[in-house]
Design a protein around this ligand. Structure first.
Ligand code: UD1
Length: 376
């Protein structure tokens, strides 16, 4: 069985790593790793492959940056001949960035089965480009692997057949569980004992310069009491050039985007994380670190319902109030959601072994055994 994985942007790399590893152990499975090139800087891409122990991609489409239409179109036109040429039995796509939706569109037209890892998540906010990517990718995928039961509920409500949907847990947490023991050595010697760790890159936050300036002033205020460490995403760095910072920057510790282990090391010790990322809401929930999410909605509601995440929206007074509560020891307590246990990728491998056996019975593949189910 030939499985082709499609990744393109930073959060994809942590998700493919455990699935690739789980399938490496399966007899009769051949894997191809394809990078669309959506993210291309060393510190947004290559360093993740190194730290996660992923092989270099077999294929890189080198699409680079562009408008959504340009980027999606480039992936579609460059990926189609790859699928025609390599003839995978299954294509696995990850998450909600532009790369998975583009790849899934190619596959559905060529009638190549697609599995979507991290399916079913919904923010119900169609102004978010990722929400469109989630809706379309789920609609045209053959296998849907959900990280939490709300994903199953959303898909059921949208009329997706139950037999396509598999609640396997969170592959991002698989990577976290595996890498956590290696973080101790990654904390820089001069790291303060208490600090806020900040990431912001959503268009809704950083493309609105007036709001970005307001947030930076607020972070600057917070830094009078609590050091603020802020690894800056390339999109945000571009916008910062246009923002009037009025001294706010001087008190913030701005730095380049960090490699996976280094960022995880800072997360595990943070007093509070302030973010608009999706994956960081999940990681802080697993780690039990308070997280303030600067968004009105989340596609990961379980992190707020069960975990340590609080949606603070666009309210500066709310951010200030929540930080004060945390500084006074009133942090939100949370629990780790079901199946966020480090074994989600193994469950995916088991499902694929079953799908393979069914395909063999139907005469679509020549060898039924993948060896995965024995191990699991
Ligand atoms: C993308 C994803 C977002 C994800 C984020 C993680 C979509 C729609 N968005 O957003 O869901 O949370 O990645 O990082 O797919 N750039 C560089 N170097 C790079 C990559 C990007 O300089 O290696 C710059 C480019 O100028 C680009 C801008 O950052 O125009 C934005 O990159 P892009 O991939 O379009 O979207 P992200 O904002 O990174």
């Amino acid at each position: 069985m030939h499985i082709l994985h499609v990744v393109g942007a930073r959060p994809n790399f942590m998700k493919v790593a455990p699935v690739y590893r789980a399938l490496t152990d399966c007899d009769g499975v051949r894997q191809t790793l394809l990078h669309t090139g959506q993210h291309y800087d060393f510190n947004m891409s290559d360093v993740f492959f190194q730290q996660l122990g992923l092989p270099a991609p077999d294929i890189n489409l080198q699409v680079g940056s562009g408008s959504h239409a340009q980027q999606t179109a480039q992936i579609i036109s460059r990926f189609e001949p790859v699928v025609t040429d390599r003839k995978p039995d299954l294509v696995l796509v990850y998450g909600d960035v532009n790369s998975p939706v583009a790849a899934a569109l190619v596959c559905v037209k060529l009638q190549v089965p697609v599995g979507h890892v991290e399916a079913g998540l919904r923010s119900f906010d169609r102004a978010m480009p990722e929400e469109i990517n989630r809706l379309v990718t789920d609609r045209i995928s053959n296998l849907l692997f959900t990280p939490s039961s709300d994903g199953n509920d959303n898909l059921a409500r949208e009329g997706v057949a139950a037999e396509k949907v598999h609640f396997v847990g969170n592959v991002m947490i698989d990577t976290l569980v595996r890498m956590l023991p290696r973080t101790a050595e990654r904390v820089p010697a001069n790291t303060p004992s208490r600090y806020a760790l900040v990431t912001l890159h959503r268009p809704s936050n950083v493309d609105d310069i007036a709001w970005l300036e307001q947030m930076l002033r607020e972070l600057s205020e917070i830094s009078a009491e609590l050091p603020v460490l802020f690894p800056v995403h390339p999109r945000t760095r571009q916008r910062l050039h246009g923002a009037s910072l009025n001294g706010a920057r001087r008190s913030l510790q701005l730095m380049d985007p960090l490699p996976y282990l280094d960022f995880l090391a800072l997360q595990t010790r943070a007093t509070v994380v302030i973010t608009d990322s999706g994956g960081i809401q999940e990681e802080t929930t697993y780690l039990g670190i308070p997280c303030l999410t600067v968004r009105e909605t989340t596609e990961r509601p379980i992190t707020a319902e069960m975990g340590t995440n609080t949606l603070v929206g666009r309210g500066i007074p709310r951010i200030r109030m929540e930080v004060q509560k945390i500084l006074h020891g009133e942090s939100k307590q949370g629990k780790v959601p079901p199946l966020w246990d480090g074994h989600a990728a193994e469950r995916i491998a088991t499902v694929l072994a079953g799908a393979r056996a069914a395909a063999w019975e139907a005469g679509r593949v020549s060898n039924a055994s993948s060896g995965c189910s024995d191990r699991l």
